[in-house]
Design a protein around this ligand. Structure first.
Ligand code: 5GP
Ligand code: MG
Length: 182
């Protein structure tokens, strides 16, 4: 079994680089169709989204703009529930097609608050949400993305941009916390 070490934890392969790239390409093709003739603004949520959004953009054929925000609600492996915006947006979203892009939706706290704030500040923006990963069974608030790469169980994952205490982001595949029982 393929395992990696990140900090003090061992992780095992969960989604291969091939599985991820096929799904990312498929998502881009769906967006190319849904946003044909439009000029959507993608808003990536740093840091976890950097690898996903870079790969996604390589397959876009539509005109698309890109911006980033930096939010944080996580410490270690736990969501703290409080949302801090550490880096803001320098774009006007009025009357725009906007696609908020995240790496993973866990409790739903981060994105539900962020999207509600955006919609309040820009009532005319047409906002959709894209996430690479979603853990439906971990939700604490009702929230679902419009576009989901993979639905996964409530396991902690790293790699492909996702970190464990800021490390492990560089791996091209996605790994879950190693468990001896499997
Ligand atoms: P939420 O607010 O939905 O609970 O969590 C949002 C953020 O927590 C995600 O954007 C991500 O940065 C982080 N997060 C949630 N689950 C995981 C996970 O399994 N692994 C890693 N590395 N980060 C996670
Ligand atoms: Mg994130």
């Amino acid at each position: 079994m393929t395992t990696i070490q990140v900090g003090d934890q061992t992780f095992q392969l969960y989604l291969s680089e091939t599985d991820i790239s096929a799904r990312v390409k498929a998502l881009a093709e769906i967006l190319n169709t849904d946003y044909q003739g439009k000029n959507p603004l993608f808003i990536g949520i740093l840091n976890g989204v950097f690898m996903f959004i870079a790969d996604l953009f390589k397959h876009l054929t539509i005109d698309a703009e890109l911006g980033f925000v930096r939010l944080s609600s996580y410490q270690g492996m736990q969501s703290s529930g409080d949302l801090h915006q550490k880096m803001g947006l320098d774009k006007d979203l009025a009357n725009r097609d906007v696609i908020v892009v995240d790496d993973i939706i866990d409790t739903g706290n981060t994105l539900s608050k962020f999207v509600a704030d955006l919609q309040r500040n820009y009532p005319t923006a047409r906002i959709k949400v894209l996430t690479l990963l979603s853990k439906p069974s971990a939700r604490k608030v009702a929230f679902e993305a419009d576009y989901v790469g993979f639905e996964i169980p409530n396991v902690f994952v790293v790699g492909y941009g996702l970190d464990y205490d800021e490390c492990g982001r560089q791996w091209p595949a996605i790994y879950q916390l190693y468990s001896n029982s499997e």
